[in-house]
Design a protein around this ligand. Structure first.
Ligand SMILES: [Zn+2]
Length: 112
């Protein structure tokens, strides 16, 4: 299962390139996380999204002004990524423990 983890959200005072409102822009940085019963895996890539609450549009980088880009760079530094890689869940440890017990049992059976 893939989930999105929000790292940093900021409301901007910049003009929206679509509707020119100054109070609608919101910038969100997020990271994708893959979850299953055995482990969590966080993707390295940080996604960013700009949305205008006034006109209800996603604002794509192509229509960003220089001001928006400056603010974007500033907020990008504030978005601290989660540590990437695989984080095992308790079930994985339990399965490993069961495997060790089974192997130990087999070894014990053949020795005795
Ligand atoms: Zn807008």
């Amino acid at each position: 299962m893939k989930t999105t983890q929000t790292l940093h959200t900021a409301r901007l005072n910049n003009n929206c390139p679509t509707c020119f409102a100054t109070d609608g822009l919101e910038l969100t940085f997020s990271q994708e996380k893959q979850t299953n019963t055995l482990y969590d895996k966080t993707e390295k890539e940080i996604n960013s999204k700009m949305y205008c609450h006034t006109c209800g549009h996603d604002i794509f980088p192509v229509s960003w002004t220089d001001d928006i880009e400056r603010v974007y760079d500033y907020h990008k530094k504030l978005a601290t990524p989660s540590s990437t890689g695989i984080r095992p869940k308790p079930l994985l440890y339990i399965l490993m423990l069961v495997a060790v017990i089974v192997v130990a049992g087999i070894v014990y059976y053949f020795i005795s």
